[in-house]
Design a protein around this ligand. Structure first.
Ligand code: ZN
Length: 313
């Protein structure tokens, strides 16, 4: 702890930097994007499986090949950089909604569940640290599909609860209502909320908004201000605040280069957050002490990722 309190030096964060949700693609910048992350100060990636949306898997062998590709990218980053990489594998809810058109709902759902079970086998061997992105389509679908998506999600969570496997949710954004519904589905599936993380979360991190689910916040413009004004300081320094991670959701898609946050974003936003928190109260800031800022940033980039996904080896 003695060392940690100085990691924020008043200008810059000199501790670990974790991106809680990023994708890498061999057809994109891949290793070069990871090197960008590292040169900006990045130390740890939660690398989330990205399905090939232009050629959807038709059977479990296709899914298996695609998972292996993500694991091999992770190994390449580990071999070529000092970045720690932890992998999340799973079938994407948007893939499922497209597969319904191709395969019919019954077969699409079967394949989706098989894909979860396959990811869980990788979880048991330690090749991945969690299951994701799972959840619901983020765009409007028919009431029937919506109902199926929710019951399938409950089924997935039941399977994950048996292995105590953390999940990352990809869901629509209806503010706090989305969190309330996720929380209810977790309860019905007997799934522990402490490892039920919502990805691409809005920057309001107050436990009343998030229903106390862990989040990775999409670190776009304005996110730092919102985190600073909504973090529950009491819970934070008591050590009982639900985990808050930062993410880019970098897609590494050459066709959409400017569509998402770049791999250097988290380091930049971390320093912005530190500076904002230390501005004195009488100048309109939060007036946090150096050691408080250090403790918070340490939690974001080290303690909470460890709590969710285990320490890196
Ligand atoms: Zn993603």
């Amino acid at each position: 702890m003695e060392d940690i309190i100085h990691l924020w030096d008043g200008e810059k964060w000199n501790g670990p930097i974790t991106d809680g949700h990023i994708h890498l693609d061999r057809k994109g910048r891949c290793l070069d994007a990871a090197i960008d992350f590292e040169s900006s100060g990045g130390t740890r990636l939660i690398l989330v499986h990205k399905p090939n949306f232009s050629k959807l898997p038709e059977d479990i062998d296709d899914v298996s090949t695609a998972y292996s590709e993500t694991l091999s990218i992770a190994n390449e980053v580990i071999a070529s950089t000092n970045i720690q990489v932890q992998v999340i594998l799973g079938p994407h809810p948007v893939v499922w909604s497209h597969q319904i058109e191709l395969l019919g709902e019954k077969r699409a759902t079967e394949l989706h569940i098989q894909s979860v079970d396959l990811a869980l086998r990788f979880f048991e061997t330690g090749d991945c640290v969690g299951i994701g992105e799972i959840g619901r389509p983020h765009f409007p679908v028919s009431p029937e599909v919506w109902k199926s998506a929710n019951s399938m999600l409950q089924d997935i969570l039941k399977r994950c609860s048996k292995k105590n496997a953390p999940v990352q949710f990809h869901v629509e954004d209806k503010g706090s209502l989305t969190f309330q519904e996720l929380s209810q589905i977790c309860s019905k599936a007997n799934y522990p909320k402490s490892i039920a993380l919502r990805h691409f979360a809005p920057a309001d991190v107050s436990p009343s908004f998030t229903s106390k689910l862990p989040v990775t916040v999409s670190m776009g413009r304005g996110s730092v201000q919102k985190i600073a004004s909504t973090i529950d300081v009491n819970l934070l320094f008591k050590g009982t605040h639900p985990p808050v991670l930062m993410e880019t959701d970098y897609l590494d898609d050459p066709k959409r280069p400017g569509a998402v946050l770049g791999p250097r974003t988290i380091a930049k936003r971390t320093n912005e957050l530190g500076k904002l928190l230390q501005i004195p109260k009488d100048e309109g800031g939060q007036g946090w002490k150096q050691e408080e800022i250090s403790e918070f940033l340490w939690k974001i980039h080290r303690v909470w990722p460890d709590m969710l996904y285990g320490e890196c080896g």
